[in-house]
Design a protein around this ligand. Sequence first.
Ligand code: MEV
Length: 425
Amino acid sequence: MPVENSRISGFYKKSIEERVRLIKDLVGLSDEDIGVLRSWGNLDPKIADAMIENVVGAMSYPFAIATNFKVNGKDYLVPMVIEESSVVAAASNAARVMRKDDGIKAVTTGPVMISQIQLVNVKAPYYAKMKIIEYKEEILELANKQDPVLVKLGGGAKDLEVRVIGGPQGPMVVTHLIVDVRDAMGANAVNTMAEKVAPLIERITGGKVYLRILTNLAEKRLARAWVKVYKEDIGGEEAVDGIVAASDFAWADPYRAATHNKGIMNGIIAVALATGQDHRALEAGAHAYAARNGRYMPLSLWEKDEEGNLVGSLELPIAVGLVGGAVKVHPVARLAIKILGVETAQELAEIMAAVGLAQNFAALRALATEGIQKGHMKLHAKNIAIMAGASPELADKIADIMVSEGNVRFDRAKELLEELGHSSS
Ligand code: MEV
């Protein structure tokens, strides 16, 4: 039932303990519920409280390691955080058949973000565009004054592009500030720059600036990955043909492309969560990039080469950072970076692209051959058995029986639990 009144004044000012007590009273939580909120796991309450507002607890997700990854000739153990079964196993299995020839290849175009400044109320928008270009050096200089540290590291605002676009209320002049953010994800740096240069753009043009914010369509921060999978390592040319046909399906059909890309993001987002990245930014960037030509397309493509081997490639924006944000604050994210052993944001983006490609291969391979349910079902069945009250050991047995019967259901799990002589209470 919804709470009677959700209007709480100054909730953010209260201590965690006060917030918990308040919610307990409002919702009628039990002591057991409060116990769940009080088990903070590996996140210190003080850190959690500093990360976001209105904190009352923390939520743990499984933290796993995908094995077998070789990217650009280097071996990596890849931390992944995800709630979906089979993803980590699939990534590890895929990476195993991608180790030849130095493994998966990956590159990035550079840590370059774009910040947008929206200008309206200009009588002659194309002339205003030229005026902004005329003042380019002043604008870049002003932007760079906001972040001397970034400039010292070789980053900073490098260029600008100006577009005139039409809105329902008339034309707008949109300035793109092109910023090299080095090892940061860069949102704070580029948003600050955009805010600082906005008054100058207003002065130059006589117009009015409204929005000053980065675009998640980070088309200048692309990561690319490619790989050759030898046919004999995946059961011959029939498997190759099946994967190529699956890829063609996504190429031809946005309905399929959405799911195809979801499979890629299964891997990328799991690494993003483990390493404390802004995964919403990654999702937004990936899907906007997939639709950049007016029709939603797959981010990867699989082909057959002249020897009958499978070759795959992937390209998408990956805006990630190693400085600032949760990656530095959350102890598990810090540990994930240590396990992964990456030294730059670009290296992290390369690994993520490689994981996305491997994850995509695993999904297409399963879909084009035995289907994904067989692999999924065992873990799903085990989850159902645990929900029905089975111990982890017994859950394994019950899951096996339910899968072999083709009957994976909560009521069947309960029945089996009783048959096997255990109470589910
Ligand atoms: C499930 O999480 C992901 C897949 O649907 C991806 C795909 O269909 O390519 C298996």
